[in-house]
Design a protein around this ligand. Structure first.
Ligand SMILES: *Cc1c(COP(=O)(O)O)cnc(C)c1O
Length: 464
């Protein structure tokens, strides 16, 4: 299995190269040469596997160059830190299923992919003796999850920029209470946009990037997508068996189209089994407009109570676009060029029909999100986080009697206590791991929103 760019067939990558490269040199995203479609015998033989063994079977198909025994060890190490023995348990609440993806170290679903990526980095670097410096900007979940994925790893340092005093207190504490010497929390005196701009500037400085082996861990990394395919297939097995049904639906709270793109690959691998994926957005609804009307046009970012989904340009959209355009890289390159210029793409009725064979979509307002948290709690006693509530609301909108509905719970409610207490009209008990964060020592550096200052800081502390 090799990997290619969405924009041309000029570049060919191995899995290892794919793990370390963010973008292809032509600006495209990296995709596998084919999506393997599983035979019914394979599906049957995988249906009783536990999470780690299923992950092993799936990832082996995409990473043939990794020694299977080593891959197994990487997966065991990645998922033994989860608080639940099933890793991604699915629970029936009322008449729907909630897929709990928040049992990792930072209580958000990004741990599932980033724990794997951190251990994969460590393994590949140990083999070559190289070192890398991870650089990223975060408005919340990704930074904390990435830090917990690489803390105390030998050949990796991590530099995470976040806006000083402007990320939620729990998200900041999940980063700043990690005291390992290879972890560098940089509180920038500016906005999240300033942080992103600085990171972009440093990545564009090719000499600097090369000297310090700067590496990104953002959601376009295919290894992250790969780790996320697993829970769709795992959960399909669980729920179809429990319900004695051949088809299920997933509802996915969506920002960068990463998680739901993993669902799209899982759907293709299974052939049948996933009837459709429900794409749920908050008021930043570009992706919902795309599915419902073929209108992919950028609006202004609206800050909401589900901040991990406050995204207008979905960084993984190009991957799906490639498949929609018939796996034609020339067409994809042209469309992305047009999007760059006009900040919009429109799709024909025919194309919208193709999209709607795989997806349903709905944008959910903040008022509806709060109502959903409250109503769901009153009916079932189960507390949703605001991102999960967006997915539940969209899922219930399209609920059909004979198709089991599985809603992805992408964060634990305790990560967003202010919003959740507002919705419930009362406070609620936090898990001890979160409750104790405020009493832990912290380490972070406050820097001006200036790329030279950040560059100098990295130069002094980077691994080389
Ligand atoms: C990142 C994130 C999302 C969105 O995931 P995408 O892969 O960007 O679509 C949803 N919910 C939470 C809690 C997140 O952290």
């Amino acid at each position: 299995m090799y990997y290619f760019s969405t924009r041309s067939k000029n570049f060919k990558f191995t899995f290892t190269e794919t793990v370390f490269e963010g973008l292809a040199p032509d600006g495209g995203l990296i995709i596998p040469e084919t999506i393997p479609v599983l035979s019914s015998e394979v599906i049957k033989s995988w249906s009783k596997l536990d999470y780690v063994n299923l992950a092993w079977e799936i990832i082996k198909l995409y990473a043939p160059e990794l020694h299977p025994d080593d891959l197994k060890k990487i997966l065991e190490k990645s998922y033994q830190v989860f608080r639940h023995k099933e890793i991604a348990p699915v629970v029936k609440v009322g008449d729907i299923y909630i897929l709990e993806l928040f049992h990792g170290p930072t209580f958000a679903f990004k741990d599932i992919a980033l724990q794997f990526l951190g251990n994969l980095f460590e393994y590949l670097l140990t083999n070559t003796g190289e070192k890398i410096n991870i650089l990223g900007a975060t408005s919340g979940d990704t930074g904390a999850s990435a830090i917990h994925a690489v803390k105390s790893k030998e050949n990796i340092a991590i530099f995470i920029l976040y806006p000083h005093n402007r990320v939620s207190s729990i998200q900041a504490l999940m980063m700043t209470t990690v005291l390992d010497p290879n972890v560098h929390n940089l509180a920038i005196e500016g906005s999240f946009d300033d942080c992103q701009r600085i990171v972009k500037e440093l990545f564009m400085d090719h000499t600097f990037k090369k000297t310090y082996k700067l590496t990104a861990v953002n959601s376009i990394n295919f290894a992250r997508i790969l780790a996320q395919i697993v829970y769709y297939i795992y959960t399909y097995f669980r729920v179809s068996e429990l319900e004695k049904k051949r088809e299920v639906r997933f509802s996915v709270p969506t920002g960068n189209f990463g998680d739901i793109f993993a669902g799209f690959i899982a759907k293709r691998m299974l052939g049948t089994g996933i009837e459709r994926l429900i794409l749920a957005t908050n008021e930043n609804d570009i992706l919902a407009r795309f599915v419902n009307k073929g209108d992919y046009s950028v609006g202004r970012v609206i800050p909401t109570i589900s901040p991990a989904m406050d995204i207008q340009v979905a960084s993984n959209f190009e991957r799906y676009l490639y498949y929609l355009l018939g796996e034609d890289s020339e067409k994809t390159a042209k469309a992305m060029q047009e999007f760059q210029e006009k900040k919009r793409l429109s799709f024909s009725e025919e194309e919208v029909k193709i999209v709607q064979r795989d997806f349903l979509a709905r944008a959910v307002s903040q008022r509806e999100t709060l109502e959903t948290i409250r109503d769901f709690y009153e009916k079932t006693g189960y507390i949703l986080d605001p991102h999960t509530a967006v997915g539940v609301k969209a899922g219930l909108t399209f609920k059909e009697k004979n198709i089991p509905l599985i809603c992805l719970a992408t964060a634990h409610p305790a990560k967003f206590p202010e919003t959740v207490s507002q919705a419930l009209g009362r406070s609620f008990t936090l898990p001890p791991e979160i409750e104790s964060l405020t009493r832990k020592p912290q380490r972070y550096e406050v820097l001006e929103a200036d790329s030279n200052e950040v560059r100098a800081y990295i130069q002094q502390r980077a691994l080389i």
